[in-house]
Design a protein around this ligand. Sequence first.
Ligand code: FEO
Length: 399
Amino acid sequence: MHHTVQLTDSVHWIGVNDRKTHLFENLWPLENGIAYNSYLIDDDHVAVIDTVDHGSSEEYIDKIKSIIGHERKVDYLIINHMEPDHSGAIRALVKEYPDIRIVGNLKTFKIVSAYYGLEENQHEVKKDEELNLGHHRLQFIMTPWVHWPETMMTYDQSDKILFSGDAFGSFGSLDGGIFDDEINFEFYESEMRRYFSNIVGKYSNMVQKAFKKLEGTDIKMVAATHGPIWREDPQKVLSLYDRWSRYETEKGVVVIFGSMYGNTEKMADYIARKLAEEGIKNIRVRDASKTHLSHLINDVWRFRGVILGSSAYNSGLLPTMEHFTTNMEHIGAKNHYLGLFGSYSWNGGGVKKLKEFAENVDWEMVAEPVETKGIPGEDAFRQCGQMARSMAQRLKESE
Ligand code: FEO
């Protein structure tokens, strides 16, 4: 027996929570779990929008049957996004409803074929095309690269619900509260930004293009494939994604360091203390050897100020810092103020590599990099203090 969750009289949430998987995409930690949201429209023709992960297929089919019974069939599967966290139950759905028509765009079907070998019952839709289910008229909005090339959104013109795929989604399972008016958003805000920055942030310009396509659409509800459904204040999630995809940041600093023997860490702590003395209240100091890349990226997306330190390791960066900087370059965050520091024992290399990183990402340097041999002395701390003051000053100017 499943208790169904209704968005409207005829639109149901049929998603599942995943609290077992440790790493999303075998990469990003799921300390707070994740929800795979799927939706069912119970109309003259029954449509399902996206599915769930493979491991939840049985529960998923049971949920569908608890709504439409055992006699009626699902007529359409609308695929907004093919990543396996949403397409994993396609085979189970097709097995249960062999006549189901799969709705997607040309790029969708190439991936359907590559992942599941399904070639039949395809219903290809193009930009702004409509699908009439009886009462509900669905419109399809092509939003490539939010998050894969085939991604599209489905807009229910009747109930004015935007089924947005990964866009406007979040990490974090739905722990009882499913709608925005049922949750304390403080918990989800960080998880939502982490999801955005880790998964979608690289494609921020495509998110902005998607916003342009949505201009003029009357959105009463946002129903993404992860995280809460927004029915009370959909503008809130739209605004957050708009801000993050414009690289808008908060006044604050994240200091990220890699330190073998504690010398670079001493400099990190000193810089953080001086930032606080300068009136900066949002400061995070992160050890890259301990804090997962996922959370480091989240901090960078949040704060305008980024100060990076590394000890030298084989004439380069400490590998944990190298992992961070390589991925940051790949993701391509913008609009940050940057400070660099580090230490070495006999020859350098760490700060030299950080300078190369600075050139590649093209963030604004607030001060000359600080590099010290061995235990930092008075002169190194003085320079670190100067860097902190310059960072604080730049942040105040940018308000
Ligand atoms: Fe939630 Fe890109 O999959």
